[in-house]
Design a protein around this ligand. Structure first.
Ligand code: ASP
Ligand code: MG
Length: 403
């Protein structure tokens, strides 16, 4: 007998019909003789709606109270799904995150799971119950409700699969797997049968919105057997694993991230310690810096440009302006009309010419590159946001010609 963790996202449980659809997938899995733990997200746009409701009351609520509010969405889903499964005649119990033993740190709104106390879970499984767990939520050491960050239910599911040594963790969503590009954007995008953890992680952090990036990190760390598949069609999805059987494709995906802004600090002194001062100020405020570019020094000055998440731009500019005299630049400029486009593929480690092929595609599409960054398995460029859809298509065509 196997233990299977199945996670269903918000669109998969958006209404009564979808809840029943999920109930049937779960009970079919159970009827095949498996133990099943199910993790669900809040229905449809519930989390966004709750955020709106909060803003009506207080534009700046404490993060603790936000977590109390947002955790409600998942609690609605677990009870409704449990009721549907009851109706289908199967033994079931729903558990909130804390009932399921999720202990987190106290970083409200973006908490990390510290450990999972599995006693209750084990108990319910031994009673042969299907266990439905609320994703995205936990409890800190002061017994306060916490949430794991937007999209965090994926991480709840992978964490449960890891602690229970589940045989597999299936992430059901409204697409049938991981694609070489967003199929809504690129006509010729194809579904991947397999992808490595590292590639999936790079894609997830580059703007592909299939899996929460922390869930991929965790799946890799604990070797969780992960599959992304559709809740609407019963067919195999994409398997995410350490090594894929045959490396057929040079590039696994092209991703676009519009949630970026570029900041430049001009005329900095060309002396040691300047970058340290700038980035430590940003780090202290938990602003994540991505691509960094420093110009060659001339006349003892240099410029440093970097990208930050769009919603951190104003804060970053303010911090830098407030501290301009401590590192000695002349001016801070920002640009919120840029996008990051990335290609990801383990194959590029052993092949040359991948970057030039990407740049050629952009050049032929007459798209200007502002910044470039690379890792072993990823190349990212910063371009004008207005060009980003065209860029993704041009690059995708270059690497994955239509069959
Ligand atoms: N409901 C939460 C969100 O919308 C968590 C999740 O969907 O995974 O971000
Ligand atoms: Mg969601």
């Amino acid at each position: 007998m196997s233990l299977i963790v199945q996670k269903f996202g918000g669109s998969s449980v958006a209404n009564a019909e979808r809840v029943y659809n999920v109930a049937r997938i779960v009970t079919d899995t159970y009827a095949q003789g498996n133990n099943v733990i199910v993790v669900v997200s809040a229905q449809g746009d519930t989390t966004d709606d709750l955020i709106e409701k909060a803003k009506e009351i207080n534009p700046n609520p404490s993060k603790r109270e936000m977590d109390v509010l947002l955790s409600v969405g998942e609690q609605i889903s677990i009870s409704l799904l449990a009721m549907a499964i009851e109706k289908l005649g199967y033994p079931v119990v729903s558990l909130t995150g804390w009932q399921a033993g999720f202990m987190t740190d106290s970083n409200h709104g973006n908490s990390r799971i510290r450990r999972i106390l599995t006693e209750r879970l084990d108990n319910e499984l031994s009673k042969k119950n299907i266990v439905i767990v609320a994703g995205f939520q936990g409890l800190n050491k002061y017994d306060d409700i916490t949430t794991l960050g937007r999209g965090g239910s994926d991480t709840s599911a992978v964490a449960l699969a890891a602690v229970t040594h589940a045989d597999k963790c299936q992430i059901f969503t409204d697409v049938d797997g991981v694609y070489t590009a967003d199929p809504r954007l690129v006509k010729g995008a194809v579904k991947l049968d397999e992808i490595t953890f590292d590639e999936m992680l790079e894609l997830a952090t580059s703007g592909a919105q299939v899996l929460h990036n922390r869930s991929v990190e965790m799946a890799k760390k604990y070797s969780v057997n992960l599959e992304v598949l559709s809740s609407l069609e019963r067919k195999p999805g994409t398997i995410v694993k350490e090594v894929v059987s045959v490396e057929k494709m040079l590039i696994k995906g092209v991703a676009r991230d519009d949630n970026v802004a570029r900041i430049s600090v001009l005329n900095l002194p060309d002396t040691p310690g300047v970058a340290f001062k700038i980035f430590s100020l940003l780090a202290a405020r938990k602003i994540n810096v991505d691509i960094i570019l420093q110009s060659i020094g001339r006349d003892n000055t240099k410029d440093i440009s970097f990208t930050v998440p769009l919603d951190n731009m104003d804060l970053a500019v303010q911090i830098l302006n407030d501290n301009l005299s401590t590192f000695g630049g002349s001016k801070v400029v920002s640009d919120d009309t840029v996008s990051k486009v990335s290609i990801v593929g383990a194959g590029m480690q052993t092949h040359s010419g991948v970057a030039s092929k990407m740049f050629e595609a952009l050049s032929e599409a007459r798209i200007n590159i502002h910044m470039i960054s690379t890792s072993e398995i990823k190349i990212s460029v910063l371009i004008d946001r207005a060009d980003s859809a065209k860029a993704v298509n041009a690059i995708h065509d270059a690497f994955m010609p239509a069959k």
